[in-house]
Design a protein around this ligand. Sequence first.
Ligand code: ADP
Ligand code: MG
Length: 331
Amino acid sequence: MVKAPFLQAISVTKTYSGAEASGVKNISLDIEPGKITAIIGQSGSGKSTLLKLLYGLMSPDEGIVNFKGERIWGPEEKLIPGHDAMKMVTQHTNDLNLFARVWDNVSAMLPSTNVRLKEEKTEEILTQLNMMQLAKQRVADLSGGEKQRVAIARAIITRPEVLLLDEPFNQVDTSFREGLQHDIRQIVRETGLTVVMVSHDPAEVLSMADKLLVLKTGEIVEGGHPKSLYQNPLNLYTAELLTNCNVLNANEAKACGMRADKEYVVVYPEWIRINKVLKTSKWKVQQVLFKGFYEDLILENDGILLRVVNDEGKYNEGDMVSLNIKKWLEY
Ligand code: ADP
Ligand code: MG
């Protein structure tokens, strides 16, 4: 017998009443167990809708969502909406008890039938998520990012088979975000947890996902491994979501020395090399945007602007430079 797919959507459509271009359209996807699948899309592209459909917080108008071969029940069919084997964490942390300690918020998710086990599990999850030092604090006294960690701990401690994350790192400071992302990856690796996350932030999905799907106005337009998707996106939309890329029309591309057959040419800032060869240099450094260990330079020539990554720090505004474009994409 063939094993039933783990979590699967087949031609799923959901339209909100009164709003024609809303919700999601004809989505088919297969979520691989034990992996992190990330869905990226602009705001309003249908990410939250899709996640709710996968969880059973909403029923599709058409199509079907299956978990291990069984149709997921919608909210009309179930007393407590949401599939029992799944947990969802969103950017809202309003189901936390603000006046209770972190420890109690997390341990409250487990039954009290075995108090010893409950303590052990709580300590284990708080340790895995690097939160033991927060255990005695009241949730009300935590930062937004720390509350988010508590919400994730509460979701994971019940050992769901699937964890659904709806932009849960929004509140988390950049410096802590990487730590939290790493901890979640570690938990996925150690426990075989399946994660489906949605986000509009490329930094988040590129570093976390095993597989990336791109959602545009309610439809999945492409998918693949983050690295290959980043290097060779099929759509201009994807390139613009994943990078701060340069988009030129064919004429502008020609003026920059690129032969192009299609309408648009995309050059990532890191695909451009620059040097100061004084005589032939026709690009002017218009802006130097300091980014820490590197800079983004905005170059200008004949009204065309190009963003270039520079990690050498030897350029100043007003300098004239030449460039060498190593790679470009056409759309
Ligand atoms: P995302 O999470 O990617 O920002 P959503 O899934 O929240 O997108 O929304 C997708 C589209 O559906 C948007 O155009 C949004 O305005 C619309 N939409 C979402 N929820 C509702 C609703 N309850 N009623 C009407 N339209 C909605
Ligand atoms: Mg959303």
